[in-house]
Design a protein. Sequence first.
Length: 258
Amino acid sequence: MSKSSRHKLWFSILSKDACYASDEEKFINPETFDWTKNSEKITKEIKEELLNYLSQHSLQAYFNTKMSDDVKKWKTISLKWWGLEFYSRQKFFSKTTAFINSIPNLVSASFNLLEPQSRIYPHCGDTNGIYRCHLGLIIPAQLPECGFRVEDEKRSWEEGKWLIFIDAKEHEAWNESNENRFILLIDIIRPEFANQKNKIVLTSLTGLFLQKLAESFPVLYKFQNNISLKRRLVYILIPFCFLASKIRNLLSKCGLVS
């Protein structure tokens, strides 16, 4: 991708290219953002809420079974997901929720567990319109045993510190230690795309819906290279996705859905 096109929005569901490529930096300096200040204090509070939750609940295996060498070892729980609010879960995480609600243009927030001896395969995210941000909560080891790669650069997670990157770039994660790795994962709209937030959220959410549909009906994977068909489906489904997300959030707020 040339410099002239590096700031154009990119969506995997609408692209002929399997991955987003650009000369942008692989990792973003956390000090770029005001909300990364006092990370060690907020990490202690978030970690305490997570451990309290895990004493009575468990996380859920990630829905996309093709992204991990053992789907049962990569688990998450979302508090927000591309504009969807999970109020019944947020009540267990009052301090975490207050923190994420204070972050401008945040669209997703979840806890992410990578169990021992497991790996998330190299993949590219759904759009270049977000920065994905990992806050280390429980980190059992450093590189090379436990780490994270964006393109050709590897880094370790550290408890109380952020790793921030463009999710659309190829990346992978692994935990070859004998203990669990926990992070808080959030997605924020990149500042240069802030005025296109709704487009980014709805296009990405629609694309993820189609991914989940393909997981349930694997025959649909044979159409994954038919870009024109996928584009038509996305544009048709976006209005329905918008309406469905609004209705779901209202039901969630009323306690009628989880």
